[in-house]
Design a protein around this ligand. Structure first.
Ligand code: TRP
Length: 340
């Protein structure tokens, strides 16, 4: 069997559940923009079908999908350069997801730690969709024969499952059809943690609004949240190693470095020795300077939702042009009769 060489193609997705946070921006969207600028084909998806694995109010879901689209564009995703769309407008994702439900094994799915974390003690009452979530994610990726997927550390296991599904499909049917996708995992520096607890990821679902910076927060709110962020009483060290056992301090320095496009050591070369009373206002000023143009642009874009819908529709057309032939080939491989 000759080895098929797949051309590089980047895919990633973000759930349109709740608003966009600084964590989504620094940990995902900002990196998506960098990848877009390399000239590799980039496909970015608002995964609304994944969002409904837990209850979503319909009006909020629609608003969050459009707001996420506005957030992508305001942050520098160019809908001409990248393919930008919402998942449900390309039904091939769900169709390939079903095939993958029949490829993935219960034993593999039972090992998914994110399901265990999300279901918790409630495992009997959560949706079947929450359990099969990773097979749909594998379909999102493989319906485009994507070779690279930028994701956070928490999604690494799902990418490994995607590779297992591709391998088993290829073996079972004796083909070399799906690529073995590479995860592109963010470095620790772009992992944004909660402002209230440096051991937890900044999340739109955290009950405390003070734990996160929302992309729609105004300058006063951003400054206040940073001022109140949990820290320790010590001054900043002058080298990164000095942050090792100080998760909250490290988080604020990481955020500064990511916003300023500097390394942690570069930040500490300037800020080492400062107390948080002095560093926090610097961080607040920088955050406001970087985020307010984005939130202003998001608000402007949200005034014309018809234009956002047009962009999503056009993105979906372009996505479907890639996905439909790959689904058709998959059906042929599996033995589904296609007679029209
Ligand atoms: N599971 C991802 C998350 O919660 C979102 C997602 C869905 C995704 N499908 C994807 C990410 C495909 C990358 C590729 O962050």
């Amino acid at each position: 069997m000759t080895e098929v060489v797949h051309t590089p193609r980047v895919f990633s997705g973000i759930q349109p559940s709740g608003g966009l946070t600084l964590g989504n921006y620094l940990g995902a969207i900002k990196r998506f923009v960098t990848m877009q600028e390399t000239g590799i084909e980039t496909i970015y998806c608002m995964v609304d079908l994944h969002a409904i694995t837990v209850w979503q109010d319909p009006a909020n879901l629609a608003r969050a999908t459009r707001e996420l689209c506005a957030g992508f564009i305001a942050s520098g995703i160019d809908p001409e350069k990248s393919i930008l769309f919402n998942q449900s407008q390309v039904p091939e994702h769900a169709q390939l997801g079903w095939i993958f439900n029949c490829v993935a094994r219960m034993g593999w799915m039972n090992r998914m730690t994110q399901f265990k974390d999300k279901a918790g003690k409630n495992a009997e009452a959560v949706s079947v969709g929450l359990f099969s979530y990773p097979t749909l994610m594998a379909a999102d990726i493989l319906i485009y024969h994507s070779t690279h997927v930028p994701v956070g550390e928490d999604q690494k296991q799902h990418i490994e499952l995607t590779r297992d599904i591709a391998t088993k499909f290829n073996n079972d049917y004796g083909v070399d059809f799906f690529p073995i996708t590479e995860p592109v995992i963010e470095g620790a520096a772009t992992r944004v943690m909660s402002l209230r607890d440096g051991s937890r990821k900044m999340s739109k679902s955290d009950p405390s609004d003070a734990s996160r910076i929302n992309m729609t927060d105004d300058a006063d709110t951003i400054a206040k949240k940073i001022r109140k962020a949990k820290t320790d009483p010590d001054a900043l060290p002058s080298e990164a190693a000095g942050l090792a056992d100080r998760p909250e301090a490290r988080n604020l320095v990481n955020i500064y470095a990511a916003l300023a496009d500097m390394t942690v050591d570069q930040v500490l070369a300037e800020a080492g020795g400062k107390q948080f009373g002095a560093f926090k206002p610097m961080l607040a000023d920088l955050a406001v300077a970087k985020l307010s143009p984005i939130s202003t642009e998001m608000a402007r874009l949200m005034q014309d939702t018809a234009e956002i819908d047009r962009i999503l529709g056009r993105g979906a057309d372009r996505a479907q042009a890639i996905a439909a032939p790959i689904l058709a080939k998959t059906y042929d491989i599996v033995g589904m009769v296609r007679s029209r």
